[in-house]
Design a protein around this ligand. Structure first.
Ligand code: MIG
Length: 659
């Protein structure tokens, strides 16, 4: 049952797809205080557990820290971070005697103090301007299902987007792209998608390719002849440049966020001085979306959206005032307080939240300050882009995923989880974040495999791949200047080739499970304790997850060990794969185990009475579709009477004949 409470959200954010009448009753469970902010507080019992909040640091159980919904670009993702790139305002509170879900529908900040200030207390607060949904149900999974029905079905990406992706910030010309293709090909290593980051653009201008690409259509055709999809980046901001037709057209049409004087508000992003498309204005976001036609015309149908929190490296106004302050200080013997004003002023130029007060959007016929809309900027960016691509991208469908997100945008695109680092703890974070993202509607998602920032090591990439093989978005991505971590450039080439082929082998299961989670509003990655309700042993397990209906994953997250502890809540068959054809199976009983997983293999557990469909010898992601499906059965029956398989840009249910 879902109840909706009115706290003066003045407009429809777009998050929900079901109209639920407002309740006039008091919000249950919480003591509610109205001060400058509305505050909801609740005493936690000792065993209270909290789930959800999508893209955030720390564990699956969110109890014991502070989180603030405030879409932010800050590439240092440490465990004390309170906001990442997204605001996913859904959580479940299981306070033993009572269990319910909450969804704060708002583009404002929401602060979740979950036993942070007071170890026994939950305090959630937000300024007026939200709607609260309270969702009651008999279990976590029931609450999640109701919530997901409320917010609508998740984005369905094309089949090819489950392929193997290679990316690096730094590929900057035609030869860089062709070299990667060649280096993978000569090793017969799977590769399906190559990402084109900002250096591939002409001076960081959206919807361009730089001159090295020559005739872009010819270039794309050449790449396609190798069965590779190109995925250019599209940043939110547009370069201020009178010789850039996209910029001048948008200016003429009045499609940019504007300052108090009504002129386009100038901010700094990669192209230097830039303007922010006024995505809240439907006409403006439709106009921006139509610019993707440049890529569609040359045969590109896959995109990633970056910098759409939005990032403000600076605003022109604030830079000017800082430069003036610095100029005024020249030659003076500054008292330390004055000196710090200059120093901190410059340091505070980037993503200064005060600046949100100084630019405005057209939204539903009103002029609204960015401050009140911030967390939904990327929603309106991907929404119209997605609608446009749906109409115009042709038979295979389109890939779109974004860095910034909120609830609602899960219907239009996937996400990646931003600038992680090549740290073992970020591999574990990637794992733990998946169920939380799923709860909030994000199914097509993944982290930068191998780690984005910092230098990776070969064993980390191997272990990350062993988990990444199950991630809907499988993309090796790294920051500029970092040590090479492309699969094709690491030493154990045979191992990487074999592991990547396992992705193709698993695709029937991955695709089926993905589509089932979408159609049933359920999770692709499920914490064990959501399912095994009567087994105390699973209560705190966060380093094992159910994947789909039939598998338990328990990857290795630590360096220099092949061993780990695994608890199995039922009898399973352990399946260990060294390649798509080298597979060994053995029965493992319910209970506590220490397992051994070498660097060159992937292991997982198949539940009793379940089966896993596998293919072999696929050469690339599309080739998987034509391969015969074989089943490994644990006990003599298959759950797969019917299996979701790709059909065009969508899917169909196919009857399975068990042999
Ligand atoms: O300020 O486009 O998260 O994936 O490689 C950095 C360059 C901008 C941030 C993205 C990252 C991408 C990088 N971008």
């Amino acid at each position: 049952m879902i109840s909706r409470y009115d706290f003066s959200l003045k407009f429809n954010s777009g998050a929900v797809v079901k109209e639920i009448p407002f309740s006039t009753a008091k919000v249950p469970y919480f003591a509610v205080k109205k001060a400058e902010e509305i505050q909801f507080s609740l005493q936690m019992s000792n065993n209270c557990k909290i789930y959800g909040l999508g893209e955030n640091v720390r564990g699956i159980n969110k109890r014991g820290h502070l989180y603030i919904s405030n879409n932010t670009d800050d590439p240092t993702i440490t465990e004390d971070r309170v906001s990442l790139y997204a605001s996913h305002n859904f959580l479940i509170i299981n306070n033993v005697k009572e269990m319910f879900g909450l969804f704060f529908d708002t583009p404002n900040k929401v602060k979740y103090d979950l036993g942070y200030s007071d170890i026994d207390e939950i305090n959630i607060s937000s300024p007026l301007g939200f709607e609260l949904y309270v969702i009651e149900g008999k279990s976590e999974l029931d609450i999640i299902k109701q919530f997901r029905e409320l917010i609508g079905k998740s984005y369905l990406p094309p089949y090819y987007s489950f392929g193997v992706g290679q990316s690096r910030w730094g590929y900057s010309c035609k030869d860089d792209i062709l070299r990667i293709i060649n280096d993978y090909e000569k090793l017969d290593m799977p590769l399906d998608l190559i990402y084109m980051d900002i250096d591939c653009l002409d001076n960081f201008k959206d919807f361009t390719l730089n001159e090295t690409f020559g005739n872009p259509k010819q270039f794309v055709d050449e790449v396609k002849s190798h069965n590779i999809y190109l995925v250019p980046i599209v940043d939110a901001a547009l370069k201020v440049d009178d010789s850039y037709p996209v910029y001048t057209e948008g200016k003429k049409l009045g499609h940019y966020a504007f300052g108090k004087d009504g002129n386009p508000y100038v901010v700094g992003v990669w192209p230097g001085d830039s303007v922010l498309p006024d995505f809240f204005n439907e006409e403006a976001s439709k106009w921006f979306a139509s610019k993707y036609q440049f890529y569609l015309d040359i045969g590109i149908t896959s995109f990633w959206n970056d910098m759409n929190e939005p990032v403000l490296f600076y605003t022109k106004d604030r830079v000017q005032s800082m430069l003036n302050l610095a100029a005024d200080s020249r030659g003076k013997n500054l008292p330390l307080t004055e000196y710090h004003k200059v120093l901190n002023g410059f340091a505070g130029l980037q993503n200064n939240e005060d600046d949100y007060n100084y630019f405005f959007h057209h939204f539903n016929g009103e002029v609204v300050s960015h401050k009140y809309l911030h967390n939904y900027y990327s929603y309106y960016m991907v929404k119209e882009t997605s609608n446009y691509l749906k109409e115009n991208s042709g038979d295979e469908g389109f890939l779109l995923f974004s860095r910034s997100s909120c609830i609602g945008s899960h219907r239009y695109s996937g996400i990646w989880t931003g600038d992680n680092a090549s740290w073992w703890e970020h591999l574990l974070l990637n794992f733990k974040m998946m169920p939380s993202l799923n709860m909030c509607g994000y199914l097509y998602s993944g982290a930068d495999l191998g780690g984005f920032g910092k230098n990776s090591t070969e064993d980390l990439v191997l272990r990350w791949l062993a988990f990444g093989l199950f991630s809907p978005l499988l993309r090796n991505h790294s920051s500029c200047g970092t040590k090479l971590q492309e699969f094709c450039y690491l030493k154990r080439k045979d191992v990487f080739r074999n592991l990547l082929k396992i992705r193709y082998a698993l695709m029937p299961y991955i695709y089926h499970s993905f589509v089932s989670a979408r159609e049933n509003n359920s999770l692709l990655f499920t914490p064990l304790n959501f399912v095994y309700k009567n087994d105390e042993n699973v209560n705190e397990i966060e380093d094992e997850l159910l994947f789909g209906d039939s598998l338990i994953l328990a990857p290795i997250f630590q360096q220099n060990t092949n061993k780990r502890y695994v608890y199995l809540p039922e009898n399973c068959m352990q399946i260990t794969m060294k390649s798509d054809t080298d597979i060994s199976c053995s029965k493992v009983e319910k209970g506590h185990h220490i397992i051994n997983v070498n660097l060159d293999e992937v292991t997982f557990f198949l539940l009793e009475g379940h089966s896993i469909p596998l293919t072999k010898n696929a050469k690339n992601i599309n080739d998987v579709k034509s391969k015969e499906i074989n089943f490994i059965n644990n006990e003599d029956k298959s759950l797969f009477k019917e299996i979701f398989v790709p059909k065009g840009k969508s899917f169909e249910l196919k009857k399975v004949e068990l042999k």
